[in-house]
Design a protein around this ligand. Structure first.
Ligand code: ATP
Ligand code: MG
Length: 201
């Protein structure tokens, strides 16, 4: 009767959370490698409003961080940027990010991508036990950090080795302040964006 039912798999959506102050090639390689390794249909970059572990630190206004993330991801048809955390405002908790993006979307299998440093603290995140059930977590290697599954194999954590990119936003900000180049550490458009708006001076 009717058309044969095509076997479907859930749509796999990667989420790359971060402060992106500024976004750099470490973030982009992490997302791209996770996308390829887990056959993600898309990856959504989600700039945080206020990162709980960065409270009290000076962070560039959300609009600049959002736009740099848009500039950096624009050429990749499977990358996009979400404003959910910025528009919600206040402290960003990943449990809220995933709820806002995927509540009532049973057809989606979410993959949350983190670097080794972020993954190491995941049990301190808000509602960690619930969070670990809400998505598949992908921890990627990052130079200077040990990549370990903090859930001890209990949670949905997968570890992935990616090409080593010894880049951090902190280092990029310092370089700009010291008049050193950030070419090839961040995408060209981000170099130009930083210059245009005089960020990090
Ligand atoms: P900052 O120095 O300001 O903390 P950052 O470079 O660590 O900036 P974040 O926005 O804090 O960048 O990181 C967002 C996510 O990207 C985190 O999960 C982090 O672990 C991951 N990440 C950042 N840089 C790298 C990198 N070079 N390689 C792999 N993962 C990275
Ligand atoms: Mg960081």
């Amino acid at each position: 009767e009717g058309r044969p039912v095509k076997p479907t798999r859930k749509r796999r959506i990667g989420v790359m959370g971060g402060t992106f102050d500024p976004i750099h090639h470490g973030h982009l390689v992490a997302a791209s490698e996770a996308q390829s390794a887990f056959e993600l249909d898309e990856v959504i970059f989600v700039p945080a409003a206020v990162q709980p572990f960065k409270a009290g630190r000076e962070v560039t206004c959300a609009e600049h961080r959002y736009l740099m993330t848009v500039v950096a991801t624009a050429a990749n048809p499977t990358f996009s940027v979400s404003r959910v955390d910025i528009d919600r405002g206040g402290t960003t908790y990943t449990i809220d990010t995933l709820t806002d993006l995927f509540a009532d979307r049973d057809e989606v299998e979410p993959y949350f991508i983190t670097g080794a440093d972020a993954l190491a603290r995941i049990l301190e995140w808000k509602d960690a036990d619930k969070l670990l059930e809400m998505a598949q977590f992908v921890g990627v290697t990052r130079p200077g950090h040990k990549l370990l599954d903090p859930s001890g194999g209990m949670g949905n954590v997968k570890l992935l080795e990616v090409p080593a990119m010894a880049i951090s936003s902190t280092d990029c900000r310092e370089r700009v302040r010291e008049n050193k180049p950030v070419w090839y550490l961040v995408p060209d458009g981000v170099v130009q964006y930083i210059k245009k708006y005089g960020l990090y001076r």
